[in-house]
Design a protein around this ligand. Sequence first.
Ligand SMILES: Cc1cc2nc3c(=O)[nH]c(=O)nc-3n(C[C@H](O)[C@H](O)[C@H](O)COP(=O)(O)OP(=O)(O)OC[C@H]3O[C@@H](n4cnc5c(N)ncnc54)[C@H](O)[C@@H]3O)c2cc1C
Length: 484
Amino acid sequence: MTEQAAAAGAVATTGAGHRVVVIGGGFGGLNAVRELADADADVTLVDRTNHHLFQPLLYQVAAGILPPGLIAPALRHIVKNQVNTHALLAEVTNIDLAKREVTTEAPDTRTLTLGYDTLVVAGGATHSYFGRDEFAEFAPGMKTIEDARYLRDRILSAFELAELTTDPAERAELLTFVVIGAGPTGVETVGQIAELAHTVLPRDYRSINTREARIILLEGAGSVLPPFDKKLQAYTHRVLERMGVEIHLNSLAVGMDDYSVTVKGPDGVETIRCRTRIWAAGVAASPLATMLAEQAGVETDRAGRIPVNPDCSVAGHPEVFAIGDMVSLNELPGVAQPALQEGHYVGKVIKARLEGRPVPPPFTYFDKGSMATIGYRAAVADAFGVKVTGVLAYLMWAFVHVAYLIGWGNRLGTLYTWARALVFTKNRGHRIITFEQAHSQVEHHPQPPADTPVIEQTTPSADGAVPSGARPPEQVPTLGREAR
Ligand SMILES: Cc1cc2nc3c(=O)[nH]c(=O)nc-3n(C[C@H](O)[C@H](O)[C@H](O)COP(=O)(O)OP(=O)(O)OC[C@H]3O[C@@H](n4cnc5c(N)ncnc54)[C@H](O)[C@@H]3O)c2cc1C
Protein backbone atom coordinates (compact mmCIF):
# COMPACT_ATOMS: atom_id res chain seq x y z
CA MET A 1 0.00 0.00 0.00
CA THR A 2 1.45 3.40 -0.85
CA GLU A 3 1.73 6.35 1.47
CA GLN A 4 -1.16 7.91 -0.41
CA ALA A 5 -3.55 5.19 0.64
CA ALA A 6 -2.24 4.95 4.17
CA ALA A 7 -2.40 8.72 4.58
CA ALA A 8 -6.00 8.65 3.47
CA GLY A 9 -6.68 6.37 6.41
CA ALA A 10 -8.72 4.15 4.13
CA VAL A 11 -7.02 0.89 4.91
CA ALA A 12 -4.73 -0.41 7.61
CA THR A 13 -2.23 -3.20 7.11
CA THR A 14 -1.69 -6.08 9.48
CA GLY A 15 2.05 -5.74 8.99
CA ALA A 16 2.36 -9.30 7.69
CA GLY A 17 4.61 -8.17 4.87
CA HIS A 18 3.38 -9.89 1.72
CA ARG A 19 0.68 -7.72 0.18
CA VAL A 20 -2.14 -9.45 -1.70
CA VAL A 21 -4.64 -7.24 -3.49
CA VAL A 22 -7.86 -8.92 -4.67
CA ILE A 23 -10.00 -6.95 -7.11
CA GLY A 24 -13.67 -7.94 -7.04
CA GLY A 25 -15.73 -9.42 -4.22
CA GLY A 26 -17.87 -11.65 -6.44
CA PHE A 27 -17.73 -15.45 -6.56
CA GLY A 28 -14.10 -15.56 -7.69
CA GLY A 29 -12.53 -12.80 -5.59
CA LEU A 30 -14.38 -13.57 -2.38
CA ASN A 31 -13.41 -17.23 -2.45
CA ALA A 32 -9.77 -16.36 -3.09
CA VAL A 33 -9.91 -14.07 -0.05
CA ARG A 34 -11.55 -16.73 2.10
CA GLU A 35 -8.89 -19.25 1.14
CA LEU A 36 -6.27 -16.77 2.34
CA ALA A 37 -7.86 -16.44 5.80
CA ASP A 38 -4.94 -18.09 7.56
CA ALA A 39 -2.22 -16.94 5.16
CA ASP A 40 0.73 -14.93 6.39
CA ALA A 41 -0.24 -12.05 4.15
CA ASP A 42 -1.82 -8.65 4.23
CA VAL A 43 -4.95 -8.98 2.06
CA THR A 44 -6.91 -6.05 0.60
CA LEU A 45 -10.26 -6.81 -1.03
CA VAL A 46 -11.28 -3.91 -3.25
CA ASP A 47 -14.70 -3.66 -4.89
CA ARG A 48 -16.70 -0.79 -6.35
CA THR A 49 -19.73 -2.02 -4.43
CA ASN A 50 -19.79 -2.71 -0.72
CA HIS A 51 -21.48 -6.08 -1.15
CA HIS A 52 -21.02 -9.58 -2.50
CA LEU A 53 -23.79 -10.00 -5.03
CA PHE A 54 -25.41 -13.40 -5.52
CA GLN A 55 -26.31 -12.77 -9.16
CA PRO A 56 -28.26 -16.02 -9.73
CA LEU A 57 -31.09 -14.65 -7.57
CA LEU A 58 -31.08 -11.12 -8.99
CA TYR A 59 -34.17 -11.83 -11.07
CA GLN A 60 -36.09 -12.46 -7.83
CA VAL A 61 -35.30 -8.91 -6.76
CA ALA A 62 -36.56 -7.71 -10.14
CA ALA A 63 -39.76 -9.71 -9.58
CA GLY A 64 -40.32 -8.32 -6.07
CA ILE A 65 -39.85 -11.71 -4.38
CA LEU A 66 -36.62 -11.05 -2.46
CA PRO A 67 -35.37 -7.84 -0.89
CA PRO A 68 -31.89 -6.89 -2.14
CA GLY A 69 -30.18 -7.30 1.25
CA LEU A 70 -30.73 -11.07 1.35
CA ILE A 71 -28.62 -11.62 -1.75
CA ALA A 72 -26.09 -8.85 -1.23
CA PRO A 73 -24.39 -9.03 2.17
CA ALA A 74 -21.76 -6.42 3.01
CA LEU A 75 -18.24 -7.52 2.09
CA ARG A 76 -16.85 -5.81 5.18
CA HIS A 77 -19.12 -7.94 7.35
CA ILE A 78 -18.23 -11.16 5.52
CA VAL A 79 -14.51 -10.69 6.22
CA LYS A 80 -14.91 -9.24 9.70
CA ASN A 81 -13.34 -12.25 11.42
CA GLN A 82 -10.53 -12.52 8.91
CA VAL A 83 -7.94 -10.41 10.69
CA ASN A 84 -5.44 -10.30 7.83
CA THR A 85 -8.03 -8.81 5.46
CA HIS A 86 -9.50 -5.36 4.97
CA ALA A 87 -12.27 -4.37 2.60
CA LEU A 88 -12.04 -1.24 0.50
CA LEU A 89 -14.94 0.41 -1.33
CA ALA A 90 -13.31 1.86 -4.43
CA GLU A 91 -13.35 1.44 -8.19
CA VAL A 92 -10.18 0.18 -9.82
CA THR A 93 -9.27 2.60 -12.57
CA ASN A 94 -5.84 1.30 -13.52
CA ILE A 95 -3.54 -1.65 -13.03
CA ASP A 96 0.17 -1.12 -13.65
CA LEU A 97 1.82 -4.53 -13.98
CA ALA A 98 5.31 -3.06 -14.30
CA LYS A 99 5.07 -0.95 -11.13
CA ARG A 100 2.92 -3.54 -9.36
CA GLU A 101 0.35 -0.95 -8.47
CA VAL A 102 -3.43 -0.72 -8.59
CA THR A 103 -5.01 2.72 -8.83
CA THR A 104 -8.45 3.13 -7.36
CA GLU A 105 -11.01 5.85 -6.98
CA ALA A 106 -12.95 6.07 -3.72
CA PRO A 107 -16.61 7.18 -3.63
CA ASP A 108 -15.52 10.73 -2.74
CA THR A 109 -13.28 10.65 -5.89
CA ARG A 110 -10.01 10.58 -3.96
CA THR A 111 -7.37 8.38 -5.56
CA LEU A 112 -5.86 5.53 -3.60
CA THR A 113 -2.88 3.61 -4.94
CA LEU A 114 -2.34 0.07 -3.71
CA GLY A 115 1.02 -1.60 -4.15
CA TYR A 116 0.96 -5.39 -4.30
CA ASP A 117 3.24 -8.41 -4.23
CA THR A 118 0.47 -10.67 -5.50
CA LEU A 119 -2.60 -9.53 -7.41
CA VAL A 120 -5.85 -11.41 -8.04
CA VAL A 121 -8.20 -9.82 -10.57
CA ALA A 122 -11.81 -11.04 -10.54
CA GLY A 123 -13.79 -8.21 -12.12
CA GLY A 124 -16.54 -10.38 -13.64
CA ALA A 125 -18.49 -9.42 -16.74
CA THR A 126 -20.84 -6.77 -18.02
CA HIS A 127 -23.66 -6.65 -20.63
CA SER A 128 -22.84 -7.10 -24.28
CA TYR A 129 -25.19 -5.71 -26.91
CA PHE A 130 -23.20 -7.35 -29.70
CA GLY A 131 -22.08 -4.04 -31.14
CA ARG A 132 -25.55 -2.43 -30.82
CA ASP A 133 -24.78 -0.38 -27.70
CA GLU A 134 -27.65 1.98 -28.53
CA PHE A 135 -30.00 -0.83 -27.40
CA ALA A 136 -28.82 -0.34 -23.82
CA GLU A 137 -31.05 2.73 -23.48
CA PHE A 138 -34.17 0.77 -24.45
CA ALA A 139 -33.45 -2.71 -23.14
CA PRO A 140 -31.68 -2.63 -19.78
CA GLY A 141 -29.96 -5.78 -18.57
CA MET A 142 -29.53 -7.24 -15.11
CA LYS A 143 -26.10 -7.40 -13.55
CA THR A 144 -26.26 -5.30 -10.41
CA ILE A 145 -28.66 -4.62 -7.57
CA GLU A 146 -29.41 -1.24 -9.17
CA ASP A 147 -30.28 -3.00 -12.45
CA ALA A 148 -32.67 -5.39 -10.70
CA ARG A 149 -34.37 -2.62 -8.75
CA TYR A 150 -34.70 -0.56 -11.89
CA LEU A 151 -36.30 -3.47 -13.73
CA ARG A 152 -38.66 -4.09 -10.83
CA ASP A 153 -39.79 -0.47 -11.05
CA ARG A 154 -40.26 -0.70 -14.79
CA ILE A 155 -42.23 -3.93 -14.75
CA LEU A 156 -44.50 -2.86 -11.90
CA SER A 157 -44.92 0.70 -13.26
CA ALA A 158 -46.08 -0.72 -16.57
CA PHE A 159 -49.04 -2.38 -14.80
CA GLU A 160 -49.78 0.85 -12.90
CA LEU A 161 -49.76 2.94 -16.06
CA ALA A 162 -51.89 0.38 -17.89
CA GLU A 163 -54.45 0.76 -15.09
CA LEU A 164 -54.51 4.50 -15.70
CA THR A 165 -54.91 4.66 -19.45
CA THR A 166 -58.23 4.32 -21.26
CA ASP A 167 -56.62 3.95 -24.67
CA PRO A 168 -56.68 0.22 -25.57
CA ALA A 169 -53.67 0.50 -27.85
CA GLU A 170 -51.60 2.19 -25.19
CA ARG A 171 -52.77 -0.32 -22.61
CA ALA A 172 -51.71 -3.20 -24.85
CA GLU A 173 -48.29 -1.59 -25.34
CA LEU A 174 -47.85 -1.16 -21.61
CA LEU A 175 -48.86 -4.77 -21.01
CA THR A 176 -46.39 -6.16 -23.53
CA PHE A 177 -43.08 -7.31 -22.08
CA VAL A 178 -40.27 -8.49 -24.31
CA VAL A 179 -37.28 -10.35 -22.92
CA ILE A 180 -34.38 -10.77 -25.32
CA GLY A 181 -32.34 -13.93 -24.81
CA ALA A 182 -33.62 -17.34 -23.68
CA GLY A 183 -30.67 -18.43 -21.57
CA PRO A 184 -31.30 -19.15 -17.87
CA THR A 185 -31.66 -15.45 -16.99
CA GLY A 186 -34.15 -14.79 -19.81
CA VAL A 187 -36.19 -17.88 -18.98
CA GLU A 188 -36.27 -17.04 -15.27
CA THR A 189 -37.26 -13.45 -16.00
CA VAL A 190 -40.17 -14.24 -18.36
CA GLY A 191 -41.31 -16.92 -15.94
CA GLN A 192 -41.52 -14.35 -13.16
CA ILE A 193 -43.32 -11.76 -15.29
CA ALA A 194 -45.80 -14.46 -16.29
CA GLU A 195 -46.40 -15.38 -12.65
CA LEU A 196 -46.90 -11.73 -11.76
CA ALA A 197 -49.39 -11.24 -14.58
CA HIS A 198 -51.31 -14.49 -14.16
CA THR A 199 -51.12 -15.36 -10.48
CA VAL A 200 -50.05 -12.44 -8.32
CA LEU A 201 -51.55 -9.29 -9.78
CA PRO A 202 -54.97 -10.12 -11.27
CA ARG A 203 -57.00 -9.40 -8.14
CA ASP A 204 -55.04 -6.25 -7.28
CA TYR A 205 -56.19 -4.27 -10.31
CA ARG A 206 -59.63 -2.90 -11.11
CA SER A 207 -59.44 -1.57 -14.69
CA ILE A 208 -57.13 -4.04 -16.34
CA ASN A 209 -57.00 -7.76 -16.64
CA THR A 210 -53.32 -8.40 -16.01
CA ARG A 211 -53.76 -11.87 -17.54
CA GLU A 212 -54.01 -10.14 -20.91
CA ALA A 213 -50.33 -9.20 -20.69
CA ARG A 214 -48.26 -10.37 -23.66
CA ILE A 215 -44.99 -11.81 -22.44
CA ILE A 216 -42.61 -12.49 -25.27
CA LEU A 217 -39.30 -14.31 -25.21
CA LEU A 218 -36.97 -13.75 -28.16
CA GLU A 219 -34.13 -16.15 -28.86
CA GLY A 220 -31.67 -16.07 -31.75
CA ALA A 221 -30.98 -19.82 -31.55
CA GLY A 222 -33.38 -22.60 -32.41
CA SER A 223 -34.40 -23.46 -28.84
CA VAL A 224 -34.73 -22.02 -25.38
CA LEU A 225 -31.85 -22.66 -22.93
CA PRO A 226 -29.44 -23.27 -25.85
CA PRO A 227 -26.62 -24.95 -23.88
CA PHE A 228 -28.93 -27.40 -22.11
CA ASP A 229 -29.94 -30.94 -23.05
CA LYS A 230 -32.75 -31.26 -25.66
CA LYS A 231 -35.13 -32.93 -23.23
CA LEU A 232 -34.71 -30.08 -20.77
CA GLN A 233 -35.16 -27.53 -23.56
CA ALA A 234 -38.40 -29.18 -24.67
CA TYR A 235 -39.73 -29.26 -21.10
CA THR A 236 -38.86 -25.58 -20.57
CA HIS A 237 -40.53 -24.62 -23.85
CA ARG A 238 -43.69 -26.48 -22.91
CA VAL A 239 -43.92 -25.04 -19.42
CA LEU A 240 -43.29 -21.48 -20.57
CA GLU A 241 -46.04 -21.76 -23.17
CA ARG A 242 -48.36 -23.14 -20.55
CA MET A 243 -47.54 -20.11 -18.40
CA GLY A 244 -48.64 -17.85 -21.25
CA VAL A 245 -45.23 -16.90 -22.65
CA GLU A 246 -44.93 -16.42 -26.43
CA ILE A 247 -41.62 -17.87 -27.57
CA HIS A 248 -40.05 -16.58 -30.78
CA LEU A 249 -37.09 -18.74 -31.80
CA ASN A 250 -34.49 -17.96 -34.49
CA SER A 251 -35.48 -14.37 -33.89
CA LEU A 252 -33.12 -11.45 -33.45
CA ALA A 253 -33.85 -7.97 -32.13
CA VAL A 254 -32.65 -5.73 -34.93
CA GLY A 255 -34.01 -2.39 -33.77
CA MET A 256 -35.78 -0.75 -30.85
CA ASP A 257 -37.03 2.50 -29.45
CA ASP A 258 -39.12 3.62 -26.46
CA TYR A 259 -42.25 2.05 -27.91
CA SER A 260 -41.21 -1.05 -29.78
CA VAL A 261 -38.76 -3.72 -30.70
CA THR A 262 -38.19 -4.80 -34.28
CA VAL A 263 -37.57 -8.49 -34.70
CA LYS A 264 -36.12 -10.42 -37.61
CA GLY A 265 -37.45 -13.96 -37.47
CA PRO A 266 -38.19 -16.90 -39.74
CA ASP A 267 -41.31 -15.12 -41.08
CA GLY A 268 -39.57 -11.85 -41.85
CA VAL A 269 -39.32 -8.57 -39.98
CA GLU A 270 -41.95 -7.63 -37.43
CA THR A 271 -42.30 -4.63 -35.13
CA ILE A 272 -43.76 -5.42 -31.72
CA ARG A 273 -45.23 -2.47 -29.83
CA CYS A 274 -44.10 -2.66 -26.21
CA ARG A 275 -42.94 -0.44 -23.39
CA THR A 276 -40.76 -2.89 -21.50
CA ARG A 277 -37.78 -4.62 -23.04
CA ILE A 278 -35.23 -6.56 -21.00
CA TRP A 279 -31.84 -7.61 -22.30
CA ALA A 280 -30.69 -11.07 -21.25
CA ALA A 281 -28.73 -11.93 -24.36
CA GLY A 282 -25.02 -11.43 -23.95
CA VAL A 283 -22.12 -10.71 -21.67
CA ALA A 284 -18.67 -9.25 -22.18
CA ALA A 285 -15.72 -9.46 -19.83
CA SER A 286 -14.92 -6.62 -17.44
CA PRO A 287 -12.71 -3.94 -19.06
CA LEU A 288 -10.08 -4.97 -16.51
CA ALA A 289 -9.41 -8.00 -18.74
CA THR A 290 -8.36 -5.79 -21.65
CA MET A 291 -6.30 -3.63 -19.31
CA LEU A 292 -4.35 -6.70 -18.17
CA ALA A 293 -4.12 -8.23 -21.64
CA GLU A 294 -2.64 -5.11 -23.23
CA GLN A 295 0.13 -4.96 -20.65
CA ALA A 296 0.79 -8.69 -20.73
CA GLY A 297 0.92 -8.69 -24.53
CA VAL A 298 -1.89 -11.24 -25.03
CA GLU A 299 -5.09 -11.04 -27.08
CA THR A 300 -8.53 -11.12 -25.53
CA ASP A 301 -11.17 -13.35 -27.13
CA ARG A 302 -14.40 -12.16 -28.79
CA ALA A 303 -16.07 -11.74 -25.41
CA GLY A 304 -13.14 -9.62 -24.21
CA ARG A 305 -11.83 -12.35 -21.90
CA ILE A 306 -8.13 -12.66 -21.17
CA PRO A 307 -6.51 -16.08 -21.66
CA VAL A 308 -4.67 -17.30 -18.56
CA ASN A 309 -2.09 -19.97 -17.83
CA PRO A 310 -3.26 -23.35 -16.46
CA ASP A 311 -2.61 -22.01 -12.93
CA CYS A 312 -4.78 -18.93 -13.65
CA SER A 313 -1.76 -16.62 -13.77
CA VAL A 314 -1.37 -13.98 -16.46
CA ALA A 315 1.25 -14.57 -19.19
CA GLY A 316 4.68 -13.35 -18.06
CA HIS A 317 3.35 -12.37 -14.61
CA PRO A 318 3.34 -15.26 -12.17
CA GLU A 319 2.45 -12.79 -9.41
CA VAL A 320 -0.83 -11.82 -11.16
CA PHE A 321 -3.87 -14.10 -11.32
CA ALA A 322 -7.09 -13.52 -13.22
CA ILE A 323 -10.20 -15.61 -12.56
CA GLY A 324 -13.91 -15.95 -13.16
CA ASP A 325 -16.08 -14.48 -15.90
CA MET A 326 -13.29 -12.24 -17.24
CA VAL A 327 -10.95 -15.08 -18.26
CA SER A 328 -10.92 -17.79 -20.87
CA LEU A 329 -9.58 -21.06 -19.53
CA ASN A 330 -10.30 -24.56 -20.82
CA GLU A 331 -13.52 -23.30 -22.50
CA LEU A 332 -15.23 -23.05 -19.13
CA PRO A 333 -18.62 -21.29 -19.15
CA GLY A 334 -19.16 -17.91 -17.50
CA VAL A 335 -21.07 -19.22 -14.52
CA ALA A 336 -20.54 -19.20 -10.79
CA GLN A 337 -18.81 -22.55 -10.25
CA PRO A 338 -15.69 -21.93 -12.37
CA ALA A 339 -15.22 -18.52 -10.71
CA LEU A 340 -15.74 -19.96 -7.25
CA GLN A 341 -13.41 -22.93 -7.80
CA GLU A 342 -10.73 -20.78 -9.44
CA GLY A 343 -10.90 -18.43 -6.45
CA HIS A 344 -10.23 -21.28 -4.01
CA TYR A 345 -7.51 -22.67 -6.26
CA VAL A 346 -5.64 -19.37 -6.60
CA GLY A 347 -5.83 -18.83 -2.85
CA LYS A 348 -4.19 -22.25 -2.36
CA VAL A 349 -1.44 -21.44 -4.87
CA ILE A 350 -0.66 -18.15 -3.13
CA LYS A 351 -0.58 -19.82 0.28
CA ALA A 352 1.69 -22.62 -0.94
CA ARG A 353 4.11 -20.09 -2.37
CA LEU A 354 4.14 -18.08 0.85
CA GLU A 355 4.81 -21.21 2.90
CA GLY A 356 7.48 -22.48 0.49
CA ARG A 357 5.46 -25.64 -0.26
CA PRO A 358 5.07 -27.15 -3.75
CA VAL A 359 2.22 -25.38 -5.54
CA PRO A 360 -0.92 -27.38 -6.45
CA PRO A 361 -1.10 -28.90 -9.95
CA PRO A 362 -2.84 -26.87 -12.71
CA PHE A 363 -6.46 -25.90 -12.12
CA THR A 364 -9.04 -28.56 -12.91
CA TYR A 365 -12.74 -27.85 -12.95
CA PHE A 366 -15.20 -30.06 -11.13
CA ASP A 367 -18.43 -29.83 -13.10
CA LYS A 368 -21.38 -29.96 -10.73
CA GLY A 369 -23.92 -29.50 -13.54
CA SER A 370 -26.30 -26.73 -14.41
CA MET A 371 -29.86 -25.77 -13.59
CA ALA A 372 -32.48 -23.12 -14.25
CA THR A 373 -35.90 -22.32 -12.82
CA ILE A 374 -38.88 -21.57 -15.00
CA GLY A 375 -41.50 -20.76 -12.42
CA TYR A 376 -43.02 -22.03 -9.22
CA ARG A 377 -42.32 -25.76 -8.89
CA ALA A 378 -40.87 -25.94 -12.39
CA ALA A 379 -37.16 -26.13 -13.10
CA VAL A 380 -34.59 -28.13 -15.04
CA ALA A 381 -31.37 -29.62 -13.71
CA ASP A 382 -28.55 -31.51 -15.35
CA ALA A 383 -26.22 -32.90 -12.72
CA PHE A 384 -23.68 -35.72 -13.09
CA GLY A 385 -25.38 -36.96 -16.24
CA VAL A 386 -28.85 -37.08 -14.69
CA LYS A 387 -31.54 -34.87 -16.25
CA VAL A 388 -34.28 -33.80 -13.91
CA THR A 389 -37.37 -31.64 -14.50
CA GLY A 390 -40.36 -30.39 -12.52
CA VAL A 391 -40.75 -30.22 -8.76
CA LEU A 392 -37.67 -32.32 -8.02
CA ALA A 393 -35.48 -30.05 -10.13
CA TYR A 394 -37.10 -27.05 -8.45
CA LEU A 395 -36.25 -28.39 -5.00
CA MET A 396 -32.68 -29.18 -6.10
CA TRP A 397 -32.38 -25.65 -7.50
CA ALA A 398 -33.72 -24.10 -4.29
CA PHE A 399 -31.43 -26.20 -2.09
CA VAL A 400 -28.30 -25.37 -4.09
CA HIS A 401 -29.06 -21.66 -4.27
CA VAL A 402 -29.81 -21.34 -0.59
CA ALA A 403 -26.71 -23.35 0.29
CA TYR A 404 -24.46 -21.00 -1.68
CA LEU A 405 -25.88 -17.81 -0.18
CA ILE A 406 -23.55 -16.19 2.30
CA GLY A 407 -24.57 -16.38 5.97
CA TRP A 408 -27.26 -18.30 7.85
CA GLY A 409 -29.33 -15.16 8.32
CA ASN A 410 -29.62 -14.74 4.56
CA ARG A 411 -30.33 -18.43 4.00
CA LEU A 412 -33.11 -18.56 6.59
CA GLY A 413 -34.43 -15.17 5.49
CA THR A 414 -34.62 -16.38 1.90
CA LEU A 415 -36.42 -19.59 2.87
CA TYR A 416 -38.92 -17.62 4.93
CA THR A 417 -39.47 -15.05 2.17
CA TRP A 418 -39.95 -17.79 -0.44
CA ALA A 419 -42.44 -19.64 1.76
CA ARG A 420 -44.41 -16.44 2.30
CA ALA A 421 -44.31 -15.23 -1.30
CA LEU A 422 -44.68 -18.49 -3.17
CA VAL A 423 -46.58 -20.87 -0.91
CA PHE A 424 -48.68 -19.03 1.66
CA THR A 425 -49.67 -15.64 0.24
CA LYS A 426 -48.98 -16.02 -3.50
CA ASN A 427 -47.93 -12.42 -3.29
CA ARG A 428 -44.62 -10.66 -3.83
CA GLY A 429 -43.68 -8.84 -0.67
CA HIS A 430 -41.21 -6.42 -2.23
CA ARG A 431 -43.27 -4.71 -4.92
CA ILE A 432 -41.95 -1.28 -4.19
CA ILE A 433 -42.26 1.53 -6.68
CA THR A 434 -42.57 5.11 -5.65
CA PHE A 435 -44.43 7.90 -7.41
CA GLU A 436 -41.05 9.45 -8.20
CA GLN A 437 -39.85 6.29 -9.95
CA ALA A 438 -43.07 5.82 -11.90
CA HIS A 439 -42.91 9.48 -12.87
CA SER A 440 -39.38 9.19 -14.18
CA GLN A 441 -40.46 6.24 -16.31
CA VAL A 442 -43.23 8.33 -17.84
CA GLU A 443 -40.77 11.13 -18.51
CA HIS A 444 -38.85 8.59 -20.51
CA HIS A 445 -41.95 7.66 -22.50
CA PRO A 446 -43.80 10.82 -23.54
CA GLN A 447 -47.48 10.80 -22.63
CA PRO A 448 -50.55 10.59 -24.82
CA PRO A 449 -52.40 13.86 -25.54
CA ALA A 450 -53.39 15.93 -22.53
CA ASP A 451 -57.11 15.41 -23.20
CA THR A 452 -56.82 11.69 -22.54
CA PRO A 453 -59.70 11.00 -20.15
CA VAL A 454 -58.92 10.10 -16.60
CA ILE A 455 -59.97 6.71 -15.31
CA GLU A 456 -63.69 6.34 -14.90
CA GLN A 457 -63.72 5.01 -11.35
CA THR A 458 -62.56 8.34 -9.99
CA THR A 459 -65.54 10.31 -11.30
CA PRO A 460 -67.31 11.82 -8.29
CA SER A 461 -70.99 11.06 -7.85
CA ALA A 462 -73.65 13.78 -7.89
CA ASP A 463 -73.00 14.62 -4.26
CA GLY A 464 -69.30 14.99 -4.96
CA ALA A 465 -68.36 11.77 -3.16
CA VAL A 466 -65.46 9.81 -4.57
CA PRO A 467 -65.30 6.02 -4.42
CA SER A 468 -63.21 4.79 -1.54
CA GLY A 469 -59.51 5.04 -2.13
CA ALA A 470 -59.84 7.22 -5.25
CA ARG A 471 -59.08 10.89 -5.61
CA PRO A 472 -61.28 13.41 -7.43
CA PRO A 473 -60.24 13.76 -11.07
CA GLU A 474 -58.28 16.93 -10.61
CA GLN A 475 -56.09 15.20 -8.05
CA VAL A 476 -55.54 11.96 -9.90
CA PRO A 477 -51.82 11.71 -10.53
CA THR A 478 -51.61 11.58 -14.30
CA LEU A 479 -47.93 10.74 -14.09
CA GLY A 480 -47.49 12.90 -17.14
CA ARG A 481 -46.68 16.45 -18.14
CA GLU A 482 -49.45 17.95 -16.04
CA ALA A 483 -48.35 16.23 -12.88
CA ARG A 484 -45.21 18.34 -12.45
C1 LIG B 1 -28.75 -12.24 -13.73
C2 LIG B 1 -27.69 -13.31 -13.61
C3 LIG B 1 -28.05 -14.61 -13.30
C4 LIG B 1 -27.09 -15.60 -13.19
N1 LIG B 1 -27.49 -16.87 -12.86
C5 LIG B 1 -26.56 -17.83 -12.68
C6 LIG B 1 -26.93 -19.13 -12.26
O1 LIG B 1 -28.12 -19.41 -12.07
N2 LIG B 1 -25.95 -20.05 -12.07
C7 LIG B 1 -24.64 -19.75 -12.26
O2 LIG B 1 -23.78 -20.60 -12.05
N3 LIG B 1 -24.25 -18.54 -12.67
C8 LIG B 1 -25.17 -17.56 -12.87
N4 LIG B 1 -24.78 -16.31 -13.27
C9 LIG B 1 -23.35 -16.06 -13.56
C10 LIG B 1 -22.53 -15.87 -12.30
O3 LIG B 1 -23.18 -14.96 -11.44
C11 LIG B 1 -21.16 -15.37 -12.69
O4 LIG B 1 -20.57 -16.32 -13.53
C12 LIG B 1 -20.27 -15.14 -11.48
O5 LIG B 1 -20.80 -14.11 -10.68
C13 LIG B 1 -18.86 -14.77 -11.91
O6 LIG B 1 -18.08 -14.50 -10.78
P1 LIG B 1 -16.90 -13.44 -10.88
O7 LIG B 1 -16.23 -13.43 -9.56
O8 LIG B 1 -16.09 -13.69 -12.09
O9 LIG B 1 -17.64 -12.05 -11.15
P2 LIG B 1 -18.73 -11.31 -10.28
O10 LIG B 1 -19.42 -12.22 -9.36
O11 LIG B 1 -19.54 -10.54 -11.27
O12 LIG B 1 -17.89 -10.29 -9.40
C14 LIG B 1 -17.16 -9.25 -9.96
C15 LIG B 1 -16.95 -8.21 -8.89
O13 LIG B 1 -15.98 -7.29 -9.36
C16 LIG B 1 -16.38 -5.99 -9.03
N5 LIG B 1 -15.75 -5.07 -9.97
C17 LIG B 1 -15.86 -5.09 -11.32
N6 LIG B 1 -15.12 -4.12 -11.87
C18 LIG B 1 -14.54 -3.48 -10.83
C19 LIG B 1 -13.66 -2.36 -10.75
N7 LIG B 1 -13.23 -1.71 -11.84
N8 LIG B 1 -13.27 -1.93 -9.53
C20 LIG B 1 -13.71 -2.57 -8.41
N9 LIG B 1 -14.52 -3.62 -8.44
C21 LIG B 1 -14.92 -4.08 -9.63
C22 LIG B 1 -17.89 -6.04 -9.13
O14 LIG B 1 -18.50 -5.00 -8.37
C23 LIG B 1 -18.20 -7.41 -8.59
O15 LIG B 1 -18.43 -7.41 -7.21
C24 LIG B 1 -25.72 -15.30 -13.40
C25 LIG B 1 -25.35 -14.00 -13.72
C26 LIG B 1 -26.32 -13.00 -13.82
C27 LIG B 1 -25.92 -11.59 -14.16
